[in-house]
Design a protein around this ligand. Structure first.
Ligand SMILES: [Zn+2]
Length: 85
């Protein structure tokens, strides 16, 4: 499976997604309708609140898995985040 390690990212579940990992319909949905929930994981065992991860699409880098961040709960592409630094 194709994956890129995102340096400086504490969340090991945030990664780029290979096109083959998603069905054609899922890709269309993610690209034109919006992020689709991938899974949820309890990251902080003490708090016990699961964090929802979504499939997202970046025009520049393609499909990725990330979680909503910031006040606007925006799903950001991990590679774009690296480039902005
Ligand atoms: Zn990107």
């Amino acid at each position: 499976m194709f994956s890129i390690n995102i340096p400086g990212c504490a969340h090991k579940h945030v990664r780029m997604v290979d096109r083959k990992e998603l069905s054609f319909l899922k890709k269309l949905r993610i690209r034109f309708i919006g992020p689709k929930k991938a899974f949820s994981i309890i990251v902080n065992k003490e708090k016990g609140e699961p964090l929802d991860y979504y499939y997202g699409y970046c025009k520049k880098h393609g499909y990725f898995i990330s979680y909503p961040q910031g006040w606007d709960r925006e799903l950001r592409c991990p590679l774009c985040k690296i480039e902005q630094k």
